[in-house]
Design a protein. Sequence first.
Length: 557
Amino acid sequence: MPKKKGIDTTQFGLFATPLEVMIPATAEVRVVAAFVDQLDLPKLGFKAVQADGASAFGPELLLKLYLYGYLNRIRSSRRLQRACEVNIEVMWLTGNLKPKYHTIADFRKVHPKALKEVFKQYVLLLKNWDLIAGKRLAVDGTKIHAQNARRVIWGRGPRCKLFNSAKLKRSLERIDRGIEEALQDFADRDAQEDSDQKRELQQQAVDKLATLRERKERYEEMQKELEESGENQLSETDEDARSLMVKGTESLVGYNVQSVVDDAHHLIVHTEATNAGDINALAGLAGAAKETLELPVESEAPTEVLADMRWQGEGPLPKAHDATNLQAVEDLGMEPFVAERKQTRRGRTTERGYGPREFVYDADQDCYRCPADRQLITTGKWYQRRRKDGGVGSGKRFRNYRSSVEVCRQCPLYEQCVSAAGRRQRHGKVLTRQEHAGAVERNHERLKDRPEVYPRRQAIVEHPFGTLKRSWGATYTLVKGLEKVDGEFSLLACCYNLRRSMSILGVLELVRRLKGRFLTEIVALWPVRGSNWSVVKRFRADFRRILKVRRAQPIFA
């Protein structure tokens, strides 16, 4: 397939001065060009985007355009098309080619996985340059708006764009009341004397009744679809968007974008878009970051993983540490530092009695010791909890530790320690221990022994979110679907890392390193001048194009 080729920017043409001369050596656009030129785009999954009735635009051109646009807060495909027509740096970057907005939009839409691979490639470059240490990682998530409104004004009343079972039930009840009112209205009009006004009002009642029945049929179909899918929400515009809690009772319809940030220079190591909350995602993100950075399984100084308490609880507000999640992080050879929920102070009387924190677990004897130094023992039997509706639980295993009621009644702390329900049922103190509760205890000891570590979390991971959302305006996504949103935010994360590395190394040094990486590959192929000389010549041509060493031809005889 033929591919469009731009003009030689070193030649005279549109301007009296060549475009190459008009772009300073310290321009950030040169970093974008150098970075894309050293990527193997077909290997990363990119394909040429076909323009109607013309040759295809190369993926390198459109990738450069998107990286430049996101770096300069231009995310709209129409605005990127406009930049190709008026922006001198974009003219230099694209060889003065001007793709249409739908071609630009299609590139982002059909290459979400490839965009994620581009981000990973730059992360590996940063690690090779020792800008990412991998010693301390911070994890957090932020909510962004989807292309799906909660509701829009349509006709005379609101028309929802996001549904759940409760909302559909309320809507159907409201429609049934409206149908009854319309039927009653028709009956009242029918009792009146015949006139043109009567017929007009009756027709209005009939039209309203038909509209309500049509809407009821549609809602019943959605209710059936929701039950068959097993989901708890249904979005009309973006099927993958969900209503997510932001703060307190405030929510938005969108996605939860999670990221892992390295402590050395606040560079993003891994990013992932989900349509769920932060619950129980810590181990998966830590494992993905470890795989990307190729960290060793065992190390004398394990990688520290910092997260707040939302990443370990069971529900919107954490009730307890998720021991399984913490254990999974430790199994990766990492050390989790996860904030703890504040506990009730020792000695305070509550209806539920003393909590597990008031007791000390003895691992050698597999028992608990109460504040009065009495033992709570176990039969050693594991069990799994079931839901109230009889369904299968989370799969976590638990074990009970008990003290006899005779022993507890002799204790002066009996009224404070045993819950009111336990006293009524004449039970001693009972504690439940999760299978991996030791991970919670080790996390507690780390937070106590090294109090300076966890406070670093906000300074590490909130920095990229503040830049992307406040400075760059990335509070919403321009694409629909979980996979596409993941690809777009990977593009944003890659641009953030480019911006940070420019600040750390400088444009000239960063361009030199990017071109030096390409030069290393060329030199490695140089000894094969024999039968494979054509391959070397192809790389040599690309290398010359990157360095811009082709001389301009004289325009005068």
